[in-house]
Design a protein around this ligand. Structure first.
Ligand SMILES: Nc1ncnc2c1ncn2[C@@H]1O[C@H](COP(=O)(O)OP(=O)(O)O)[C@@H](O)[C@H]1O
Ligand SMILES: [Mg+2]
Length: 381
């Protein structure tokens, strides 16, 4: 049995998710998983580097190494938990921590850090990383990348499905029951990142558990309208976004027009913004949806789920559990799968989603010293 490990550290900056996965036929089984918390000082360093500031390069280099070590540590803890030797693992797929995502710039690029050289060296496992930039080099958004995995695992000939991943940013994948129809997928806008930032600022808590705080607030209609005016929501896909767009400064620009609002009402408005932008994406791009399958940490926000259900009265809303995949591990599993695709010489992006000129083998390979197989046509001198 050969295993793959997926490492995901999303825009929420809550934890490093590590998933041990094995693939057989078209199925993918989650064997073990763990979430290694990101210490406060590391999270603060990453957050401060998300925005321009002093001596960024030196701070970037340092964080790149610190995160590389943390990712290696997550793999080692996962192997220990699974009681497996590193030689059993074919490859690690490491997403890395996104610090910048500039898909629509004249110089499109995306920066994920957490040095894969360190991961490969410390674990002794071949590591695939930097998945986004090859897609961008071919004219794509470099994001979202999970739709190809969603298609491989969750496409069903009986149902039109919409998969909604609510991480720091939310993204949707439209999977028609006809497998020949091109997959649609894009970032809908903010997921948990704004909710978390506002909660952190107002309550000094990492997140609003279950959305309980928001649930006691009242959505402010004019503020909501103002937030919804952001051109991103009207842009047609392919499109992707990040924390450099949807952050507290973005919120504060709108709040200037509405002085004196209660913090709790602002949180309720942000939940409504998240629910409405996801619902609108589904109604516009997947009006025939039978099943909406939710994954990501946002699936635990009960209030957000209630608001989403209210805006999608015709659809069944369930967690990806109902289709056999644990909602908390979909993204980490996706990066295990993406690593497998790359190692197998298979493409990982969907051109219909990212807008790239063609499908591509994604990522850079950082070989474990003892594992690199010689090329079959290599000549020995
Ligand atoms: N019980 C909960 N109630 C509300 N929100 C939650 C809960 N559990 C997780 N979350 C949210 O999910 C986020 C983590 O989601 P995740 O899918 O890991 O995102 P990312 O991929 O950006 O790291 C947390 O920061 C938090 O906002
Ligand atoms: Mg996370």
């Amino acid at each position: 049995m050969r295993y793959y490990i997926g490492l995901m550290s999303g825009t929420s900056l809550d934890a490093v998710d590590a998933a041990l996965v094995c693939f057989n036929d078209k199925r993918c089984e989650l064997q073990q998983h763990l979430a290694l918390p990101i210490a406060d000082d590391l999270r603060q360093q990453a957050l401060s580097l998300l925005n321009p500031g002093n001596n960024e390069l030196a701070r970037l280099c340092r964080l790149d190494v610190q995160l590389g070590r943390l990712f290696a540590q997550a793999v080692q803890a996962l192997l220990m938990q699974a009681d497996l030797d590193s030689s059993m693992i074919s490859a690690i797929g490491s997403h890395g921590q996104t610090l910048r995502h500039y898909p629509d710039s004249d110089f499109p690029t995306s920066l994920q850090i957490g040095d894969p050289n360190i991961i490969a060296e410390q674990t002794g496992i071949t590591t695939v990383a930097d998945f986004r930039r090859r897609d961008m080099a071919a004219g794509g958004q470099g994001a979202p990348l999970v739709p190809a995995f969603h298609q491989a695992m969750l496409q069903d000939n009986r149902y039109n499905r919409a998969i909604v991943n609510i991480g720091g940013i939310a993204n949707i994948t439209v999977l028609a029951n006809d497998p020949d129809k091109p997959v649609i997928g894009f970032d809908t806008g903010p997921g948990n990142a704004l909710l978390d930032s506002w909660t952190q600022q107002q309550l000094q808590q990492t997140h609003d558990k279950g959305g309980k705080w928001a649930a006691r607030g009242i959505c402010h209609a004019a503020l909501l309208d103002n937030l919804l005016k952001d051109p991103y929501f009207r842009q047609t896909p392919p499109k992707s976004t990040g924390r450099e767009t949807f952050n507290l400064r973005w919120l504060e620009k709108s709040l200037q027009h509405f002085p004196g609002l209660h913090a709790q009402d602002i949180q309720a408005t942000l939940v409504e913004l998240t629910a409405i932008t996801i619902a609108q994406a589904i109604l516009e791009y997947s009006p025939d949806t039978d099943q909406v399958l939710i994954c990501g940490g946002g699936s635990h926000n009960t209030f957000l789920m209630q608001r989403l259900a209210l805006h999608l009265p015709e659809q069944t809303i369930q967690s990806t559990h109902s289709a056999g995949i644990d909602p908390d591990w979909v993204e980490a599993m996706a990066f295990a799968w993406l690593a497998k695709q790359t190692m197998d010489g298979q493409t990982g992006n969907l051109a219909s989603v990212t807008g790239a000129q063609h499908p591509l083998i994604l990522g850079g390979i950082y070989p474990a010293t003892t594992q690199l197989e010689p090329h079959p046509h290599a000549t020995h001198v």
